[in-house]
Design a protein around this ligand. Structure first.
Ligand SMILES: Cc1cc2nc3c(=O)[nH]c(=O)nc-3n(C[C@H](O)[C@H](O)[C@H](O)COP(=O)(O)OP(=O)(O)OC[C@H]3O[C@@H](n4cnc5c(N)ncnc54)[C@H](O)[C@@H]3O)c2cc1C
Ligand code: FES
Length: 394
């Protein structure tokens, strides 16, 4: 804005005021029926979408890649490489939700026939959704999903352009998305992926990752199992190995199971990597909550009464101390909204009216006020007495 002097500026401002009053006088006095900004926002971030399974293919001995397109033929919303999709599957009278990192690249979604893919590993016996996706889901089926969720993506104001990715098992999926986007030329970072697998015949997305290798993407496979003839790296993703492949000033992105994250945090500490250079995505809450300090060991096998208040309705359901409140609700067919399922996003925020819960210390993303006023995130809170909670009606 140009300053012209006091009198000219005041005169100018009064002309603007007159023009605005004239515009008001010309305006339609009927009710406003459209909001173009809200319409653009809704088109870009449409909330829940109905997705159709367009293709299912093998991604390793134990994992499958599922390709989704929009069931209504429309375009998919924008997401960043590294984000996840919260998928909902109908189950009896209720709906179960699980997050899956998107393993395809954003550019693959940005065309009229665009798609998103997830890659899901079968469970080792106690899985629910993982086995449903691997065994029951068929091409042509529809599901509901919300994307892109989460903060696990390259952000130039925060992260170094030299990224070292530390992945274990299915934790490779967000890095597969990043690698594809880099190889396509639409993400300007250098990525070194240290990818831990148990055996060479079960490396997830092996060919797709190799196809991205080039000047800006380097893939280093590390096998933890004994394998004669393997000439690559062996063991776990140790401090020594990380040092060997790290460029100066790198940002570290960790993705995999809770136990791997706990281990790698220690390894990065040994390398004196500052916390601001470390980002992580933990694939769900821990398998065994009782190993966390503060969990009452006598509660390990306990089953408690969980009273669930929804409006004026109250239901009493069983809840195992070893499982989160969210799982207890799902088992009882009571719907609760979830996205990250690792205590971070707050979508499953729940008021504890009475009783004691143990909150997983590595999944406690609550705000200070929520802690003070008795709210927990149901996906990372475990009942260690009879408990009464209040959740929204869905
Ligand atoms: C951000 C994020 C990204 C992820 N990305 C991936 C990915 O790319 N690929 C991947 O493979 N995994 C990914 N995961 C993990 C994924 O979300 C699932 O946790 C995983 O597939 C296992 O799901 P599951 O339902 O089989 O088992 P779990 O989520 O571990 O839940 C199983 C437990 O719930 C019980 N349960 C739940 N509901 C019911 C019910 N109604 N009836 C009976 N029992 C029930 C089961 O018995 C069992 O105890 C990601 C997780 C997060 C947090
Ligand atoms: S689902 Fe994100 S905090 Fe529970």
């Amino acid at each position: 804005m140009k300053v012209k002097g006091f009198l000219k500026d005041v005169g100018g401002a009064s002309r603007v005021t007159k023009a605005r009053l004239a515009a008001f006088a010309r305006a339609d006095s009927g009710p406003v029926t459209s909001d173009p900004i809200a319409e653009v926002a809704a088109a870009w971030h449409p909330g829940r979408l109905t997705l159709r399974v367009a293709q299912i293919r093998r991604a390793s001995k134990t994992a499958k890649t599922v390709r989704f397109v929009r069931a209504d033929g429309g375009e998919l919303p924008y997401f960043y490489a590294g984000q996840f999709i919260a998928l909902e599957f109908p189950l009896g009278d209720t709906v179960i939700s699980r997050p899956y990192s998107i393993s395809s690249a954003p550019y693959e979604a940005r065309t009229p026939k665009g798609y998103v893919e997830i890659t899901v590993r079968r469970s080792r016996g106690d899985g629910f959704m993982a086995d449903y996706i691997n065994d029951t889901l068929r091409e042509g089926d529809t599901v509901t999903g919300t994307l892109g969720c989460g903060q696990f993506y390259f952000e130039p104001l925060r992260d170094s352009r030299r990224i070292v990715a530390l992945a274990g098992g299915t934790g490779i999926t967000p890095f597969a998305s990043m690698a594809k986007e880099i190889a396509h030329g639409t993400l300007d970072v250098d990525l070194t992926v240290l990818f831990g697998s148990v055996s060479s015949d079960d490396i997830i997305l092996k060919e797709e990752l190799e196809a991205c290798a080039g000047p800006h993407v380097r893939i280093v496979h590390v096998l933890s199992g004994e394998e004669p003839g393997w000439t690559g790296e062996r063991g776990f993703l140790s401090a020594e190995l990380i040092r060997k492949y790290s460029p100066d000033g790198a940002s570290y992105f960790i993705c995999g199971p809770q136990a791997m994250y706990t281990f790698l945090r220690g390894e990065l500490k040994k390398l004196e990597v500052p916390a601001r250079r470390v980002r992580f995505e933990v694939f769900g809450t821990p398998k065994d909550i009782s190993r966390f300090e503060g969990f009452p060991q006598e509660e390990k096998e306990a089953v408690h009464r969980l009273t669930v208040v929804r409006g004026i309705r109250e239901d009493v359901i069983p809840a195992r101390a070893s499982e989160s409140l969210a799982v207890a609700l799902e088992r009882a067919g009571i719907r609760i909204e979830t996205a990250c399922r690792s205590g971070e996003c707050g979508l499953c925020r729940t008021k504890v009216l009475s009783g004691r819960v143990f909150v997983c210390p590595e999944g406690d993303g609550r705000r200070a006020a929520d802690k003070e006023f008795g709210y927990v995130h149901a996906c990372s809170a475990y009942p260690v007495s009879d408990v009464k909670i209040k959740i929204p009606i869905l």
